[in-house]
Design a protein around this ligand. Structure first.
Ligand code: NCD
Length: 359
């Protein structure tokens, strides 16, 4: 299924050179922001935030304003026609007819791709459920370029909620495209990285190890990506409470880390990094959040000029087969074609949320 526009649903929609180039452009914008002040004069960006957000929403808005454009949108679906039962398809179709680029955050996996199917302008995925968050990854890449000077030959520890952490999924997919990166996946057995992401790391020629102790590995890391345990994605409060506070980065642990470790966190932080760590020069999460504006400026000005058609659904519908992920958009927006990619003779992958299914 084709769309008239090229969207950013996942960084892997584009060649590495494209999105690495966006990160380079962001580094230049960071140095010379005034050079880009009129790039989007007369353009309108719509933000549809169906889920809470501070940084992502405001950095997108700031980015468009700094490029000379204007913004419309909602951050509380209860005050829009969504509360009257309007489908994602209709909301997207209408709002995209008012705007030049549409940014969507949604609690359900695959929602951004679903929105792109009917949008009349490019769509940017600002986080779809526990699935992907490509613009956070652009932010992370800019931070690593600036602070580490490279995206390759890094030992990257990812700690906490690796199962639902969409920032982690997008970051692993992106960083495994660079040479000799090693991933140290630090989580409890319940919160391990989904196997489809692990397979992508391996297919891209990188390696990973799975461990449960942060103390044991912190001294080996070049980058430590801490994450919040995402209460809102758990089936019950009990399950969340059993995972909460498993990993807390404090100044004692930092004494065992390399002198040039980079500590990142997509934020918001709850209590997985103590406030004392903020004073450590290796704690770069606030700088990282600031880089989000430059990353999004680079993305918006590029994608708004991107008026080529793109193939959104590349697989096909299999008679009687639906996605087994209860958090997939195909279950709430039932008009969507239940499209799967085939991976071998017996494995199907949902095109919206990447959930795998044996047939
Ligand atoms: C993250 C998200 O929304 O996925 N935050 C963000 O966008 N900066 C991480 C989180 O909510 O824990």
């Amino acid at each position: 299924m084709y769309s008239e526009y090229q969207h950013l649903i996942d960084l892997s929609d584009y060649p590495v050179e494209w999105w690495n180039g966006i990160a380079d452009l962001a580094v230049d914008i960071r140095k010379n922001p005034e050079k880009y002040a009129h790039e989007c004069d007369g353009k309108i960006m719509a933000t549809l935030f169906y889920e809470p957000s501070t940084r992502t929403q405001m950095s997108f808005q700031t980015a468009m304003l700094r490029l000379g454009g204007r913004i419309i949108g909602f951050d509380n679906p209860a005050t829009s026609s969504v509360s009257k039962g309007e489908t994602l398809k209709d909301t997207t179709k209408i709002v995209s007819s008012y705007s030049d680029v549409l940014v969507i955050r949604h609690p359900v996996s695959g929602a951004a791709k679903a929105a792109a199917l009917t949008a009349g302008c490019p769509v940017i995925n600002a986080g779809d459920g526990g699935h992907l968050h490509p613009t956070q990854t652009l932010t992370d890449l800019v931070t690593l370029k600036v602070e580490k000077g490279r995206l390759d030959n890094l030992t990257i520890g990812l700690c906490g909620d690796l199962i639902y952490g969409r920032t982690v999924h997008s970051l692993c997919k992106a960083m495994s495209c660079f040479n000799n990166n090693k991933f140290v996946l630090i989580s409890t057995p319940e919160l391990k990285l989904p196997s489809y992401v692990k397979d992508i790391i391996l297919a891209n020629g990188c390696t990973f190890e799975e461990v449960s102790s942060l103390d044991e590995v912190i001294g080996t890391l070049d980058v430590l990506y801490m994450t919040r345990i995402q209460k809102e994605r758990f089936a019950s409060e009990e399950e969340y409470l059993s995972q909460k506070d498993t990993y807390i980065l404090d100044t004692k642990k930092m004494t065992h880390a390399k002198y040039d470790l980079v500590v990142l966190h997509p934020l918001p932080r709850v209590d997985e990094i103590t406030n004392e760590v903020d004073r450590d020069p290796r704690a770069l999460y606030f700088k990282q959040a600031k880089n989000g504006v430059f990353a999004r400026m680079a993305l918006i000005m590029t994608i708004i000029k991107n008026q080529n058609p793109s193939e959104i659904l590349k697989g096909r519908v299999y008679e009687g087969i639906s996605c087994s992920n209860p958090h997939c958009i195909t279950h709430s927006e039932t008009y969507l074609p239940k499209s799967f990619r085939s991976n071998g003779d017996t494995l199907l992958e949902c095109e919206y949320c990447d959930e795998r299914k044996l047939i």
